[in-house]
Design a protein around this ligand. Structure first.
Ligand code: GLC
Length: 481
């Protein structure tokens, strides 16, 4: 089947978080199953996209409100990602270095609506004019959330209205909300359908996708269950659309995340050599950050935002620093500027035990997965979470809050077949307790080694989940026939 994925991110072309990893990997695994997947994304000015050669596929202009914009559809030459990657080039709108955030100001781009709407319209215009139509249009998150509405309601795309659309929700915290009167920027549609764009008096891109897509999927079953009670205002809608919703847990790209071949690691290691390999990587990280390599070392990698529980970290880390100094903490990520200040101060207060690298750094992330003993994910909300899977492949034991995909992918050590440390409630006391359990595990070197051996052998690759998408596509195809 010919499946067109539309997304704001696709690794390594452009990535801000897990969405990029999923869209960069899933099509490859689906193609192994015999599908014919491609990705359409915006042409930003990222290093990767700037360094490619392109074939010009189509060139046109389209209406955005009262104005016209010119755009090109380009295809990256030689399929370096293992599937065809098309980019929509809208000069003046998309050709900027950041995906969502302007790296110079640290703020989101002011014209987010026009940016992603011109991307979505450009992609649909091309599909409209393309001879070979996709069998399914698969959208990801709110940046592509107006496509299901446009496909089924805009006069211009009437000939595409029988193509089934899917919205996969990777993160329901962000909805792409704008003033409702901005609906005039979309191609013409019957105004009695305005309600399909409206949620709580606002134009809500994700809400509209939930209403209009033929199928909704989220990136884990537990997250799907949680969304009806916790989705930043869309609870009722998620509950209402339950009958067309499905939770499919993400996998990981086992080719990118392989400590044997990982080009971002200076010291590669095999499953059998995991003990020595991790020791060398740990020595490297600890000497780089001036930490004692004999202490258990716990890392946090990710966006420093409330959702990920990053605001719990200062108190949590301080508790361990002020009592016996029996652990190191290593942190990598960017986010809330207030937290940046706090972590910078803490670094000075706890030299030798705590290091914070406040940037986005893919290489260092791989080195930290390889060189620390535990990864901490105290998330308030976690749609799936990929870091716990990456960490385990590199022999790093997860300490997670039991929420969303973390709940579904980690079994606690105290349960049968367990291999991770899980805590239930989002509070300091439970998180502290979880870290004490990690320190205890570390001091029992035999048990620790057993757990490490177990996690490096777990299979979180896409193979299984890709089959579930495959089945969903087949079902939809039958529905549309
Ligand atoms: C978002 C979610 C994360 C998920 C990823 C890919 O980044 O926060 O939990 O793993 O999308 O679906």
């Amino acid at each position: 089947m010919h499946i067109t994925h539309l997304s704001a991110e696709c690794y390594p072309a452009a990535k801000a978080g897990g969405l990029g990893d999923v869209v960069g990997a899933l099509p490859k695994y689906l193609n192994k199953l015999g599908e014919s997947c491609e990705v359409i994304m915006p042409k930003y000015k990222t290093n990767w996209l700037e360094s490619q050669d392109y074939e010009i596929i189509w060139e046109s202009d389209a209406r955005l409100g009262h104005e016209y914009f010119g755009f090109k559809i380009l295809k990256v030459e030689n399929d370096p990602l293992g599937f065809p990657l098309y980019v929509v080039d809208v000069p003046g709108r998309l050709d900027r270095p950041g995906v969502y955030i302007d790296p110079w100001s640290g703020h989101g781009y002011w014209d987010e609506f026009e940016r992603f709407l011109s991307f979505q319209i450009g992609a649909l215009e091309w599909i409209l004019n393309r001879e070979e139509k996709p069998d399914i249009v698969h959208c990801h998150d709110h940046h592509t959330g107006l496509i299901p509405f446009m496909l089924s309601n805009c006069y211009r795309y009437e000939s595409l209205s029988e193509i089934p659309s899917i919205i996969t929700v990777h993160n329901a915290e962000y909805h792409g909300q704008h003033d409702l009167d901005r609906h005039h920027m979309l191609p013409d549609f019957d105004h009695s359908k305005l309600g399909l764009l409206d949620w709580d008096g606002r134009l809500n891109s994700l809400g509209s996708a939930l209403k209009c897509a033929w199928k909704i999927s989220t990136v884990s079953q537990s997250y799907m269950d949680e969304l009806s009670t916790n989705s930043n205002g869309l609870e009722f809608l998620f509950a209402q659309e339950k009958s067309k919703s499905v939770g499919i847990v993400n996998g990981m790209d086992a080719e990118v995340w392989d400590p044997v071949t990982d080009p971002l690691l200076d010291i590669n290691f095999t499953k059998r050599g995991v003990k020595a390999g991790k020791r060398k990587n740990k020595d490297k990280i600890c000497s780089q950050f001036g930490l004692n390599p004999d202490l258990p070392t716990i890392s946090f990698i990710g966006r420093l935002v409330r959702e990920k529980g990053a605001d719990l970290l200062p108190d949590l880390i301080s508790t361990f620093m002020h009592n016996e100094k029996e652990v190191n903490f290593v942190l990598l990520g960017t986010g809330d500027p207030g937290l940046h200040d706090i972590f910078t101060r803490m670094e000075n207060d706890h030299v030798g035990y705590f290091d914070a690298t406040l940037e986005y750094n893919e290489k260092l992330a791989h080195e930290i997965y390889a060189g620390t003993d535990f990864i901490l994910m105290p998330s308030r909300v976690e749609p799936c979470g990929l870091n716990q899977m990456y960490a385990m492949r590199y022999g790093t034991v997860p300490i997670v809050r039991a929420v969303g995909g973390l709940k579904d992918t980690i079994i606690d050590l105290d349960e049968e077949g367990g291999y991770g440390i899980k805590f239930k409630e989002f509070n300091l006391h439970e998180a502290e307790n979880a870290i004490h359990r990690a320190v205890d595990l570390y001091s029992d070197s035999k048990r620790h080694a057993e757990v490490v051996r177990k996690i490096v052998n777990l299979d979180f690759s896409w193979d299984k989940s890709a089959k579930e998408y495959f089945n969903m596509y087949n079902q939809l195809k039958l529905q549309s026939a």
